[in-house]
Design a protein around this ligand. Sequence first.
Ligand code: ADP
Ligand code: MG
Length: 258
Amino acid sequence: MTSTPEPAGTPAAAAGQPLVHLGRVNKHFGALHVLQNIDLDVAKGEVVVVIGPSGSGKSTLCRAINRLETIDDGVIELDGKPLPAEGKALAKLRSDVGMVFQSFNLFAHKSILENVTLGPIKVRGLKKKQAVAEAMELLERVGVATQADKMPAQLSGGQQQRVAIARALAMRPKVILFDEPTSALDPEMVNEVLDVMVSLAKEGMTMIVVTHEMGFARKAADRVVFMADGQIVEESDPESFFTNPQSDRARDFLGKIL
Ligand code: ADP
Ligand code: MG
């Protein structure tokens, strides 16, 4: 079979440019080279699971994409544009790139409903009534609408994390980063959060998910990226990665978590 080679210099345009692009990204913390020549493209609608030992740079990678961390060199682009450094453009970036952390991070002194309406009112400029209507719809979607008037501490960890997902969605993000969203949860609450994430994935949300939950990766991931010591060591589809890892480091890591 013949295939037409792409002309040199043509961006990967046929399938559209990647939504998230990292090229040769480097980051140091003092002497520690925490991100080493990271190249990563995430297409619109793609779900990428990032897996790897503690300390390998996964959280730093997420934080860099949200510009909670600066990088030393290389490029990070969202929708073909470099991440803005400051001002309104940075606030817009933070709403375009949703983030769900391990430790829920809800506003402790605001109700569940206020947690979800605050961003849309302040950043998207919605009227309160509209923000409440959208928030209730999202809370319904993640299964916690009946808890809307409660305070975060009155909810279980699994419920709080689902609120955190609703709060991220309320900003209408282009991509959501999940940094070990279930690792602080009691085991019986892990699935209720993963189920919400699986349905988001199926609905076409672009997601970068740091997790060791193999079940999630198998159900929802298009690609698994394995990181160790600041580098992307290998990447493949979830089935190949889990059944036939190529590197010693991945084999060693999987031997420890499975
Ligand atoms: P992971 O999420 O894969 O566990 P991290 O990105 O959190 O890894 O951290 C990678 C390395 O960078 C670790 O050795 C960690 O101690 C170090 N590190 C993370 N954040 C900072 C920081 N703000 N200052 C100094 N070192 C940091
Ligand atoms: Mg981490």
